[in-house]
Design a protein around this ligand. Structure first.
Ligand code: MBD
Ligand code: FE
Length: 265
């Protein structure tokens, strides 16, 4: 992403003004600034700035840029989205052998326009999640990742496994910071999705199985009540416990280009 010079100048000026105010308010010493700089160098060396920004600032950005859109609340993309995942014609997101403890989960629902409740046919759901140990797959199998489409009534369905809570890396500087703060390192279990219609991104969100651990203390502070959805037990399948989850999605209106946007081009 490129940033226009005017936007950079404005944001830079405000960042420095806000940080100077913090230095005043906290009466930060040079020693403390140097300690912070040393910490941030370690964050960068470990490649953890995306993670640190995602767990500290991203939810605020989502709330302020997308919070008023209406419909199903948006949520953060997070650091583990991969583009170019395959379509899952059979709806199955699991393509590697499942661990012994993995439990099956069928997620289904309807995609509608928030404005008038009309069903959205041919919407594309791009889904990704961690496995039963909280691990995301980054192989070219795209295990527990995939795209499914809504039918003519706006219905979708995919077959996956129950995700476990995700633990951010504990060995790195971000993990160390959480430890020093007396905080745990977990996100509650969640399933990410991007909904696109006609190639246009309409919603980025996450759904959280109800009753799981850390819903009240997400390290990324990104739990929203209407995104917490109960799982219903269903008959065992493939020798495993199985659940269903109904998650209806109301899309915020497509963004209409404003005169100001057009003027920029
Ligand atoms: C995740 O899986 C995630 O969704 C976010 C927001 C941050 C770290 C890990
Ligand atoms: Fe995640």
């Amino acid at each position: 992403m490129t940033v226009a010079t005017s936007r950079l100048q404005e944001v830079y000026g405000n960042v420095i003004a806000a940080l100077r105010q913090l230095v005043r308010d906290q009466r930060l010493t040079e020693d403390e600034l140097h300690a912070a700089a040393e910490f941030l160098n370690r964050v960068g060396a470990a490649g953890e700035f995306p993670l640190l920004f995602d767990i500290t600032l991203a939810v605020t950005s989502v709330d302020v840029t997308k919070g008023a859109a209406g419909g199903t609340p948006a949520n953060i993309l997070g650091p583990y989205y991969l583009p170019g995942v395959p379509w899952r014609a059979d709806g199955k997101l699991y393509v590697k052998p499942l661990g012994e403890g993995a439990e099956l989960l069928t997620v289904s629902g309807r995609v509608t326009e928030a404005q008038d409740g009309s069903p959205v046919a041919d919407a594309e759901l791009d889904v990704w999640q961690a496995d039963e140990h909280g691990v995301y797959d980054f192989s070219d199998a795209y295990h527990l990742r995939g795209k499914v489409k809504t039918d003519a009534e706006g219905r979708y369905r995919f077959e996956t496994i129950v995700p476990a809570p995700y633990e951010i890396p504990k060995e790195g500087p971000t993990g160390e910071l959480m430890r020093l703060l007396g905080r745990h390192h977990f996100r509650p279990a969640h399933i990410h999705m991007i909904v696109r219609v006609g190639g246009e991104e309409r919603l980025v969100t996450q759904v959280f199985p109800a009753g799981g651990a850390y819903l009240d203390s997400d390290v990324a502070e990104a739990v929203k009540e209407s995104l917490v959805v109960p799982m219903q037990p269903s008959a065992m399948r493939e020798g495993r416990r199985a659940y269903t989850m109904e998650f209806d999605i109301a899309l915020p209106p497509a963004r209409v280009p404003q005169a100001a946007d057009l003027a920029r081009h």
